[in-house]
Write a protein that binds this ligand. Structure first.
Ligand SMILES: [Zn+2]
Ligand SMILES: [Zn+2]
Length: 196
C-alpha cells in the first residue's frame, strides 16, 4: 500500500475501526472514500445497514456515481425489452445463464437448443397440453414452467437433454425443499400418450 495513504485507507483496518465505534456506541464513522472520521450525521442513512460507507461530501463530489447508475438502468431496460420481444435473444440468454450455472458446479454440459430439448421430450413420450407446452412430469397436472434437472447439478447431474424434464413451479420448489435425489427416487416420471 502507498505510504502516503492514511492507515484507514486499508479497508480491513477501516471496517474494524467502524465495527469498534459501533460496538462502543460511538456515533462516528470513517468514510470509505476520504477516510476521514466523521459524525454519523455526515453520512446518509442506509435502509438496512445503518449508514452508507461514503460521507455526504464524498457522495456529492462523485456525481458520476449517479450517471453511472442511470447508464446501467438504461442498459438493463434495453435488455429487458429485447428479452420480451426477441425470441432469439431470449433463447440465447437462457442458454447462456443455464450453462453458466452448470459450469459453476463443474457439471458436464451438452450443447443443445430448446427445440432439441423439446424434440427429445416428445420422443420420450412426455405429455404435452392442447394449449401448448408440456405437462409437469412430477404431478402430471400442472403446465410445466421449468426445465428441471432430474439429477441436480449440485449432485453430479449433467446439464444435458437426458437429464432435463418439464416441471411446474410447485413441484420444482418442493423438490428443492427435500433432498432432491430422494425426491426423484420416490417420484415416477409421468409418461404416456399425449393428451388430446
Ligand atoms: Zn468522505
Ligand atoms: Zn408439478
Amino acid at each position: 500500500m502507498d505510504k502516503r495513504l492514511p492507515p484507514l485507507a486499508d479497508k480491513a483496518t477501516r471496517l474494524a475501526r467502524n465495527r469498534r465505534f459501533r460496538a462502543l456506541g460511538i456515533p462516528y464513522k470513517a468514510c470509505g472514500r476520504c477516510f476521514a472520521v466523521k459524525p454519523l450525521s455526515a453520512f446518509k442513512r442506509h435502509t438496512r445497514y445503518g449508514h452508507q460507507s461514503w460521507c455526504k461530501a464524498c457522495q456529492r463530489e462523485t456525481k458520476s456515481t449517479y450517471s453511472k447508475e442511470t447508464e446501467y438502468t438504461k442498459r438493463n431496460t434495453k435488455r429487458r425489452e429485447r428479452f420480451a420481444t426477441d425470441p432469439e435473444f431470449r433463447e440465447g440468454e437462457g442458454k447462456r445463464v443455464k450453462e453458466y450455472r452448470a459450469r459453476r458446479v463443474a457439471a458436464t454440459i451438452e450443447d443443445f437448443t430448446t427445440a432439441d430439448l423439446h424434440a427429445l421430450w416428445l420422443e420420450e413420450g412426455f405429455l404435452t397440453l392442447v394449449t401448448g407446452g408440456f405437462l409437469c412430469v412430477y404431478c402430471g397436472r400442472e403446465k410445466a414452467q421449468h426445465d428441471d434437472h432430474i439429477q441436480p447439478l449440485s449432485k453430479g447431474g449433467e446439464h444435458s437433454r437426458a437429464n432435463l424434464a418439464p416441471a411446474c413451479a410447485r413441484c420444482n420448489g418442493r423438490k428443492w425443499a427435500k433432498d432432491p435425489v430422494e425426491w426423484v427416487a420416490t417420484h415416477v416420471l409421468t409418461r404416456g400418450p399425449n393428451v388430446t
